[in-house]
Design a protein around this ligand. Structure first.
Ligand SMILES: [Zn+2]
Length: 254
């Protein structure tokens, strides 16, 4: 059985609160808005191989105005804490292309980046000309994604995909057109890295969606899907809940 995965959450940066982002962590609620916003990457390990989920951010691509709201420590430093050399990482899953997930691309010099084709097409397509869209995925990122595509370093998926035994990508859309989650069979059961299908634990406990979405109905259904796949609520992991990193910047989930 392929249930011997280890999964880590590695904190890269923290913002003081949700308020400057303009986002409600829970749709139409003030709950949790005053709390710190962590920006992590995730590491999935098995047989000495590490797959990274998301890249967090880099000031060079986000611009200073956005990055100045967040503390930062380099992705390489975070991975070193679990014994991983970032230069050796060959596979990075991008759950979606918002700047807090996809502007750390250049920290992974050897990696291929796996994403949904619909996600790439949306953010690099005609909508990228509109300022509110560019605020979530700046022009510099679009340019960088295009050049990585030309280098053959992007892998596009069209829907759900089993990357390797016990490790599945689940395409749900909702928050963004090509949003995907990561489901991992572990010794404790199936764990779901929800990415921004759930920002905080309250999204899960209350079955209440996040407050930023491309397709609201799909966002609600994505959360339902996460909680159907996860063996229990405690194995559904939200992406931006500071509770997870209150004690240490590196947490082992399983
Ligand atoms: Zn996010």
């Amino acid at each position: 059985m392929s249930r011997d995965y280890s999964v880590y959450g590695l904190l890269i940066g923290t913002g003081a609160s949700w308020v400057p982002t303009g986002i409600m962590p829970l749709w139409r609620s003030e709950e949790r808005r005053a709390e710190a916003v962590p920006v992590p990457i995730w590491a999935i390990q098995r047989n000495g191989r590490t797959i990274v989920v998301d890249t967090a951010f880099d000031r060079a691509l986000t611009g200073d105005a956005w990055a100045s709201n967040f503390s930062y420590r380099p992705q390489a430093e975070a991975l070193r804490e679990i014994g991983v050399d970032i230069d050796e990482v060959e596979t990075v899953i991008l759950t979606h292309l918002h700047l807090d997930h996809a502007t750390g691309l250049d920290h992974f010099p050897r990696a291929r980046f796996i994403m949904q084709r619909s996600e790439y097409e949306f953010w690099t397509g005609p909508m990228s000309a509109y300022p509110p869209i560019a605020r979530m995925c700046p022009a510099a990122v679009v340019q960088r994604l295009r050049s990585l595509h030309a280098e053959g370093r992007l892998v596009f998926l069209d829907g759900d995909h089993e990357l390797q035994p016990g490790l599945r990508l689940v395409a749900v859309g909702g928050h963004t057109p090509g949003m995907q989650m990561v489901a991992i069979d572990t010794s404790k059961g199936t764990l779901v890295l929800c990415s921004d299908v759930a920002y905080v634990y309250e999204n899960i406990a209350q079955r209440w969606p996040i407050g930023l979405y491309h397709d609201f109905a799909a966002t609600i259904l994505a959360l339902e899907r996460a909680l159907t796949i996860a063996s229990s609520d405690s194995l559904a992991v939200p992406n931006h809940d500071i509770q997870l990193w209150r004690k240490e910047p590196v947490v082992q989930l399983v």
